[in-house]
Design a protein. Structure first.
Length: 369
């Protein structure tokens, strides 16, 4: 379910304004109105409005001027603009888009078409909110342990590579699902923000009591995300984050934690995260250990087939190990680069095939053995 932002409608024709407002309110939207561009800008400055539907021909400020004025201001959020106009020539549409409009609807408008255009805008706005939320939460977790370097960037790409390898073998692994997996996987250890520094940053092996405390990061992370979902039920993208957090320490043979899930009872997003996390732990340097070699990592992953990892997932790893190692090597170069020169997003990996902008709420299915 998409969040419905407040919509500001702008038109200097009171009859057209009333007709548009009635149509939108009947569809369940919260609507406010303005009679010209200047009045609209004043409302945008005062209210957290995310979407504007404006007429083109208005006095004293027309729709094009309003679009330019909105884009020239530095609002704390993106304002999605739909332009309404009887001018339906290609040149007019291009002019409106160039001025800053996001979409264009011809007058007299068809209610069904307008509803579809609004829904498309809601999807774009939900993507922005999703990315901001994930980034903020992931940075919070990462701030407690800077020693892990580009760990979050590596594991999100490892799970993406593995999921793409699995995509050809199951209809459950769609392009949109892989994108959501990629976006939310950095939240897997968010519960570590509540683990004491003496344990989280200890330069050595944890004692049994310390290890039990460390294991609590899973339940803390799950509780944190579930609390967010309780207060913001529209943030359904966090459902996958919750599943990853809850199950990425489970093992295929049932010897993991916290619930000792086994086999197909473990959602595949958790299984993917488990392998990616383990691979990064093996191949990365830590204060208490040296990084192990590529061959040692391959041998260890293979040895854990049927124990820690699903055998089918280990086979997918074997097929894409070269790509995974290549990204690992690239990340080492970024870690050694001057501050500020390493990318915050990776662009070298091929785009996800068939990705849509729908930002669907997708479940985390089980992975067959």
């Amino acid at each position: 379910m998409l969040t419905r932002p407040q919509i500001l409608i702008v038109d200097d024709d009171p009859i057209a304004l009333e007709m548009l407002q009635t149509t939108l309110e009947k569809a369940g939207h919260k609507v406010s109105s303005a009679r010209n561009g200047h009045e609209a800008l004043a409302r945008l400055e005062r209210e957290p409005i995310r979407m504007v539907i404006t007429d083109w021909v208005m006095e004293p400020m027309d729709g094009l001027q309003l679009c330019r004025a909105i884009r020239s201001r530095h609002f704390s959020h993106y304002v999605y603009i739909i332009m309404l106009s009887a001018r339906d020539e290609q040149a007019n549409i291009a002019q409106g888009l160039a001025a800053g409009a996001d979409d264009f609807v011809t007058k007299p408008f068809d209610p069904a078409e307008l509803a579809a255009r609004i829904k498309a805008g809601q999807r774009i706005l939900s993507l922005e909110m999703r990315d901001v939320t994930i980034f903020a939460l992931a940075r919070l977790a990462e701030s407690r342990d800077t020693e892990t370097g580009l760990h979050l960037e590596r594991v999100r790409n490892y799970v993406r590579i593995l999921a793409e390898e699995l995509a050809d073998g199951t209809s459950a692994v769609t392009a949109d699902f892989i994108q959501l997996l990629y976006d939310t996987s950095p939240l897997h250890d968010i519960g570590k923000v509540a683990i004491p520094d003496a344990i989280l940053l200890k330069p050595g092996k944890l004692t049994p009591p310390e290890y039990e405390t460390m294991k609590r990061h899973v339940e803390i992370g799950v509780a944190t995300v579930e609390d967010v979902l309780h207060h913001y039920p529209d943030a359904r993208f966090l459902e996958m984050a919750r599943d990853i957090i809850a199950t990425h320490h489970e093992k295929f043979d049932g010897s993991g934690y916290p619930k000792k899930l086994a086999g197909e009872a473990i959602p595949w997003c958790g299984q993917l995260m488990a392998l990616a996390d383990a691979y990064d732990a093996i191949t990365s340097k830590r204060v208490y250990k040296a990084a192990r070699s590529r061959e040692e990592a391959r041998t260890e992953i293979r040895a854990q087939a049927g124990r820690h990892f699903n055998p089918g997932l280990v086979e997918a790893f074997a097929q894409r190990e070269e790509d995974i190692w290549a990204f690992h090597q690239q990340s080492l170069q970024w870690e050694q680069a001057p501050e500020g020169s390493a990318p915050t997003q990776t662009a070298w990996l091929r785009p996800i095939r068939g990705l849509s902008m729908a930002a669907p709420a997708v479940a985390c299915p089980k992975l067959a053995s």
